[in-house]
Design a protein around this ligand. Structure first.
Ligand code: F6R
Length: 600
């Protein structure tokens, strides 16, 4: 995710803001910038490393804002880096999150004569502020602007004449730090931890005005009090928001990540999904086939999507491990859409498959997390999964965001092909919109998963079984467990285990079964009995009412139709994590593995 840091006090702001940016580096970013407020406003920003940012050696400003950007709208360029300013250059804004309605706001502002210099959604904010700011009351201007915004945002604002920072949040974290002769703002406490541990976490809708000696918080026209807390984390723990590992933090970030994935893309009433791509209706209607190419976890996301596309978009779909891909599009290659699913956008096998498809004449679409990545640049079209940076080597939140994006793609394509009626589309979209809440319910049950995982950590091997949409999740559960715990694990279609591998099942090989909607739970019950009669303990992730009567340990999955297996997967992530933790493995950097595999 992007990072925000701000300082206002009696000392020079520049060194504090620069240190804050360095402290935020761990979150991942592709550009950075600083705004310094004196009698005038000076802005410095550029694409690339913080070290590449040209800052003055000294600056007299005692108020400043800094930002690290992870692109969602517009490439990582100097112009798209934050802070963004209005036409006068006297108002500066930094922003985390996504402003859903920026296109209509931008059209309105352009018509009113405002000149935009970036492709970002953020830039509408300084221009809107310009229309509302009277040169003194910045809070009132921010209040008026926020009322016009939809989406998720944490905003930091400063302006000539205001001598303060004004910050506000909606579905995106923001924290204030209280110092002796200065106050701080940030997207997370790491940014200012060496200056103060006395913090106030803002709530949605709060607008705070921050000066050197005072913090005032408002909800609309009412002043509100938020309790201050003392943070006792060390810097390392703070980077992980108090979690022991990035992987665990990223597992817990999934509700927030998916809110970003979904933001502005779902119209439940009309049953439509808008993924901001350019695939023409007549092209989608004439498609013979979609071929998904991907590796590892992204391949599992592709397997999940295949079932959705075939069921809801009435299109034949194949999924191939990218390193094994050969184009098989027949005589009309342009009737084949090749979808490359890749978190990093840099996986050599996936890029190679994409190039093979393009050379054969197929149209390519990249589904990626990384704006400006090779896959995003080379594909004919691109859709971003918007999960924010993932630091742990094992993919967790990006798998959830990939499947969610591909589910939205299914709705978009299904509607264009007239294969998916409005009512069914609305139900699917309603389920997609409910994903963050359903995943939060699973996360609230995390302690029970940890207890079970610790009890079973020394088992000889683990088998994961699931049918239909549960099948890719069983493969993903096994991959997650083996890559971070180094314990043997295998995933199967529920019916396949008995065709050979059942010979390995004993009392020392726990079986994890997926018994949810979309995963043929009735048939899975038979597979559960098969392994139970070989003495294997069976843990189940299940939405069945009577699951406890079948399973040895049950983890309940909320009702969510075809997305239940995706929610169930969060239990499997937690299970893998806690087994690896019990075995004291190097969870964020497992041996022999890299986050991005750039060789074939
Ligand atoms: C497993 C994992 C890998 C990646 C694979 C593809 O946890 O992260 O299996 O999924 O290397 O990477 P991307 O999605 O970047 O193409």
């Amino acid at each position: 995710m992007c990072g925000i840091v701000g300082y206002t006090g009696t000392e020079a702001a520049l060194p504090v803001v620069a240190t804050g940016l360095k402290n935020l580096e761990y979150r991942g970013y592709d550009s950075a910038g600083v705004a310094l407020l004196d009698d005038t406003l000076d802005v410095y920003k550029s694409e690339g490393d913080i070290d590449a940012l040209t800052l003055p050696d000294t600056h007299s400003a005692t108020t400043g804002l800094g930002h690290t950007r992870w692109s969602t709208h517009g490439q990582p360029t100097d112009a798209n880096a934050h802070p963004h300013t209005d036409c006068t250059g006297e108002i500066a804004v930094v922003h985390n999150g996504i402003i859903d309605n920026y296109e209509e706001l931008k059209a309105e502002l352009v018509a009113a004569g405002h000149e935009f210099t970036s492709e970002t959604d953020t830039e509408v904010v300084p221009h809107l502020l310009e229309a509302h700011y009277d040169g003194t009351n910045l809070r009132a201007a921010v209040q008026a602007v926020v009322e016009r915004l939809t989406g998720s945002f944490a905003l930091g604002v400063t302006a000539v004449g205001a001598a303060e920072l004004v910050v506000t949040r909606q579905d995106s974290p923001l924290v204030l730090g209280r110092g002796e002769t200065a106050n701080f703002v940030a997207s997370d406490v790491t940014a200012f931890l060496e200056y103060t541990r006395d913090v106030i976490f803002l709530e949605d809708g709060d607008i705070a005005t921050v000066t050197a000696d005072e913090i005032t918080i408002w909800q609309g026209d009412d002043r509100v009090t938020r309790e201050a807390q003392t943070v006792d984390w060390e810097a390392d723990a703070a980077e992980k928001a108090g979690y022991e590992h990035y992987m665990l933090k990223e597992i817990h970030e999934q509700p927030q990540a998916l809110r970003q994935t979904i933001s502005g893309r779902v119209d439940v009433v009309n049953g439509t999904a808008d993924l901001e791509f350019d695939l023409p209706t007549n092209y989608l209607q004439s498609l013979d086939e979609i071929q998904i190419v991907a590796a590892g976890t992204s391949y599992h996301a592709g397997l999940y999507a295949r079932r959705l596309l075939e069921a809801h978009a009435d299109v034949r779909c194949t999924v191939e491990v990218a390193s094994e891909y050969e184009f098989t599009g027949g005589r009309d290659p342009w009737r084949t859409l090749v979808v490359a699913v890749t978190q990093s956008g840099e996986t050599a096998d996936t890029l190679s498959a994409m190039r093979t498809a393009a050379a054969a004449g197929a149209r390519t679409l990249a589904v990626t997390n990384t704006v400006g990545s090779t896959a995003a640049r080379e594909a004919d079209d691109v859709v971003y999964i918007r999960a924010g940076p993932e630091i742990g080597v094992a993919a967790t939140k990006t798998f959830a965001a990939q499947v969610t994006t591909l589910a939205l793609l299914t709705v978009a394509i299904g509607r264009e092909r007239n294969a998916l009626g409005g009512d069914r589309a609305s139900t699917l979209l309603e389920n997609i919109r409910s994903l963050p809440g359903a995943i939060q319910q699973v996360l609230d049950d995390a302690d029970r998963v940890a207890d079970t995982a610790r009890e079973l950590a020394d088992s000889e091997a683990f088998f994961f079984v699931g049918r239909r949409l549960g099948m890719p999740v069983s493969l993903e559960g096994a991959l997650k467990l083996k890559e971070i715990s180094y314990t043997h694990a295998e995933g199967f279609g529920g019916g396949e285990l008995k065709h050979g591998s059942l010979a390995l099942v004993t009392a020392d090989t726990p079986v994890i079964a997926i018994l949810t909607d979309g995963a043929n739970p009735e048939k899975m019950v038979h597979n559960v009995k098969e392994v139970q009669s070989r003495d294997a303990p069976v843990l189940g992730v299940s939405s069945l009412d009577d699951a406890e009567s079948v399973l040895d340990v049950t983890f309940p999955v909320p009702s969510l139709g075809d997305l239940e297996p995706l929610v169930a997967n969060v239990y499997l992530q937690l299970f893998a994590y806690h087994i690896a933790d019990a075995l004291d493995r190097n969870i964020d950097k497992p041996r022999n593995l890299a986050k991005s595999v750039t060789v074939e």
